[in-house]
Write a protein that binds this ligand. Structure first.
Ligand code: AHR
Length: 493
């Protein structure tokens, strides 16, 4: 059976915000310490303490926005502990993630430096759970005020003359759970109070992001939009793809065909979640002023055997690459509501694009998907209609075999990203490009012959993109054969 698609190049549907390609770095395990920050004295080549190999890799995928410092850590973080001379910074306990000592070497200045080196925008999550309104207000003043105030002068004393540009600010993280176990009615009021004092002092108004729901908690979205909708600019959503149960999530590398199928099925749930949360938002915000910010997403498996279970370190296989491709296609197609998304997490934690081990670094299959999909950043979404669907049948259940999104970039080039989620069968796809003459198509593919193929420090290039040419074009119609378990980028010239 053929999957027949029509890409309408003449009727763009809106911008695929580059922030959809955002990331998340928490003080958790080896994400910040070891993964990003090695310190100025390290033998690992670094720029003012930030490792160069990771910096260069991140520049290549053009990360547009980075969320920090958590996660659950955010609601335990007191920013004043992380500024000033490093030797004098407080030593605190990271209560959520293994009770390791947090030396606070990486604080506001180091994070802002990282963002400047990457040319990406900071997205800071403030402490509502254990922090005060005054503390939050001081932080904003410290970062963004240019005048002669105590906070701004303290920033100068600590080495930064000019304020930083700060657009995105989150008011609490998972306030229904690790951020304070609040009820939505209570959080809505707390949110209203805290946001009153989150005012930017620079030219840049602050985009206030409220803690939103997890998964199918539509009641949270309903209450928050009703009680606080007019005071917020964005509302978050967290959803993790967990093949098993919370207690037994499944192995990142050793999994069966059934687990592959269920992982795909659960990844596709993201579309339903966005549709349903967005429908509630539409009732209170019909003009779609408020953005849905999926600021934690990705696969979550049992931790790698032999590692600290609180560090959430997991390998990353071809399965993760397909989950990334499918999920980014969903975000692209729903860019009328989804303004931002942040993969959890940047280095060494959960579905990481980058893994490190001492001085060594490896790029995961997920990294390569972000590299391929970067063409969609700030491009115009193109409607794709599906004339006939091919299905991926397994164990008596069916899923659509192919996931797709398409865009037209600023130079007028059309890009189509496709995933064949089937672990065993190829997908035959035909694409009709309507409204634009297509002369030539350049293809790139990420695939593997083994479901659990992954990159290791010994074999860092086992899974990497290659040229894709299993296609032919005739009069604006393209025929392609997507191998099983593949992510493909087609760029039409
Ligand atoms: O990403 C790991 C954790 O998952 C985050 O700290 C928390 O927000 C979520 O539950």
């Amino acid at each position: 059976m053929t999957h027949r698609l029509i890409v309408d190049t003449a009727r763009p549907k809106g911008t695929i915000h580059r922030y959809i390609y955002g990331h998340f770095a928490e003080h958790l395990g080896r994400c910040i310490y070891g993964g990003i920050w090695v310190g100025e004295e390290s033998d690992i080549p670094n720029t003012q303490g930030i490792r160069n190999d990771v910096l260069e890799a991140l520049k290549r995928i053009r990360i547009p926005v980075l969320r920090w410092p958590g996660g659950c850590f955010a609601d335990t973080y007191h920013w004043k502990d992380g500024v000033g001379p490093r030797a004098q910074r407080k030593r605190t306990v990271n209560v959520h993630w293994g009770r390791v000592i947090e030396g606070n070497d990486f604080g506001t200045h180091e994070f802002m430096l990282l963002c400047e080196l990457l040319a990406c925008e900071p997205y800071i999550c403030g402490n509502v759970g254990s922090g005060t309104v005054e503390e939050m207000q001081d932080w904003i003043e410290y970062m963004t005020f240019d005048g002669d105030s105590t906070m701004a002068n303290w920033r100068r004393e600590n080495g930064r003359e000019h304020p930083w540009k700060l657009r995105f600010f989150g008011i609490g993280n998972e306030s229904w759970g690790c951020g304070g176990h609040m009820r939505p009615e209570y959080y809505a009021d707390v949110y209203r109070r805290y946001q009153t004092f989150v005012r930017g002092y620079g030219e840049q108004p602050i985009y206030r992001i409220a803690c939103g729901a997890s998964d199918h908690n539509y009641h949270w979205t309903e209450v928050l939009m009703r009680e606080a909708g007019r005071y917020l600019d964005g509302i978050s959503l967290h959803y993790y793809t967990i093949p098993g149960t919370w207690e037994h999530k499944g192995s990142a590398v050793e999994f069966t065909e059934d687990e592959w199928f269920v992982t795909m099925k659960k990844a596709l749930v993201m579309d339903e979640l966005i549709a349903k949360h967005a429908a509630i938002m539409d009732q209170y915000d019909p003009d779609r002023r408020v953005g849905l910010i999926v600021d934690e997403w990705g696969t979550w498996y049992d931790p790698e055997p032999g590692t600290n279970p609180a560090f959430l370190y997991q390998q990353n296989t071809m399965r993760d690459a397909v989950v990334a491709g499918v999920t980014l296609n969903i975000f692209n197609n729903r860019c009328d509501r989804v303004l931002m998304a942040n993969l959890a997490q940047l280095v060494n934690v959960l579905q990481a694009p980058i893994l490190t081990d001492g001085p060594h670094m490896v790029l995961t299959p997920t990294y390569h998907v972000f590299e391929m999909y970067k063409v969609h950043q700030d491009a115009q979404l193109l409607p794709v209609s599906i004339a006939s669907t091919d299905v991926y049948a397994h164990g008596g259940e069916e899923l659509p075999r192919v996931s797709v999104s398409a865009s037209k970039d600023g130079a007028g080039q059309v890009h189509v990203t496709l995933c064949n989620i089937d672990h065993a069968n190829s997908a035959h796809v035909t694409i009709e490009f309507r409204g634009q003459e297509i002369q030539r198509v350049v293809g790139t593919i990420l695939t593997a012959s083994d479901m659990s193929a992954h990159n290791t420090f010994e074999q860092p290039n086992a899974v990497q993109p290659t040229a894709f040419d299993a296609m032919s074009i005739r009069a604006n119609h393209l025929d392609a054969l997507l191998p099983p378990m593949s992510v493909v980028l087609l760029s039409a010239l």
